[in-house]
Design a protein around this ligand. Structure first.
Ligand SMILES: C[S@@+](CC[C@H](N)C(=O)[O-])C[C@H]1O[C@@H](n2cnc3c(N)ncnc32)[C@H](O)[C@@H]1O
Length: 232
């Protein structure tokens, strides 16, 4: 992975003036949400130490939860699965965990971390499903190095997932989707499904419309979707 400046991010404990959301992460929601230092201690032990479940329980990861509509919905409809959300920004992090906790979910936790650095948080084979909905598109040519979907990222993610686990990817950006398809096809994953117009496809029936997705749908933009699977 390239070692660009985007891979470095400031830690919560170094913030000079913690705002309301930072204080909520460190206080009110500290049983459900982890700052960087606490998250690093859980590497390889998320199931037993964060979720208090057996080692064979499914552990899914949602990257970039935004305001958490999908995060809370997914946790609610899958009480048998553990869901960890990862966010860089404090406001969406707290919105996500607040929404899940308010919905009565006990299987959803959040972590404040940079998703480009997942091997720092997880051991090989620790993750089941991974969900990536509307990652920041970084559309200008000089910004593309900041995109989450990169060959090295996908190879790392592949190692962190269990065999048969999937990655669900959605974006409104045709440019990002074309880029991502190229990366997916060169990766060890099987590309199980893809469409340039999710809402005119058979996959629409199972789809949950996220906050960002609703904004793009209202503008009449097609949503691009891909499902990858790690083979046995
Ligand atoms: C465009 S929003 C999409 C939110 C949500 N998934 C949805 O569909 O409504 C992207 C989210 O990813 C988060 N994000 C961007 N880069 C990230 C990174 N490297 N690690 C963790 N979160 C990131 C942003 O803070 C933002 O909340």
């Amino acid at each position: 992975m390239s070692r660009g400046a985007h891979l470095h991010f400031s830690k919560t404990k170094d913030l000079p003036r913690p705002n309301h959301y930072v204080q909520a992460l460190l206080g009110e929601y500290s049983a459900w949400a982890y700052d960087e230092d606490r998250a690093l201690e859980l590497r390889g032990q998320w199931r037993s130490r964060a979720f208090s479940v057996a080692d064979d329980s499914p552990l899914d990861l949602e990257i970039g939860t935004g305001n958490g509509y999908h995060f809370a919905h997914y946790a609610k409809v899958h009480p048998e699965r553990c869901l960890l959300g990862i966010e860089l920004k404090y406001k969406p992090l707290i919105q996500s965990i607040r929404r899940a906790v308010s919905a009565g979910c006990t299987n959803a936790h959040m972590v404040r971390y940079n998703a480009a650095l997942l091997p720092q948080l997880f051991q090989e084979g620790e993750l089941d499903r991974v969900i990536i909905h509307f990652p920041d598109p970084w559309e200008k040519l000089r910004q593309q190095k900041h995109r989450l979907i990169q060959p090295a990222f996908m190879e790392q993610l592949y190692r962190l997932q269990k065999p048969q686990a999937f990655v669900e990817f959605k974006t409104d950006s045709r440019d990002y989707f074309d880029w991502a398809l190229g990366v997916f096809e060169a990766s060890p994953y099987s590309l199980e499904a893809q469409t340039f117009d999710l809402h005119q496809s058979p996959y629409a029936e199972q789809n949950f419309v996220t906050h960002f997705e609703r904004i793009f749908l209202r503008k009449g933009q097609p949503i691009h979707y891909a499902l990858l699977r790690k083979p046995c």
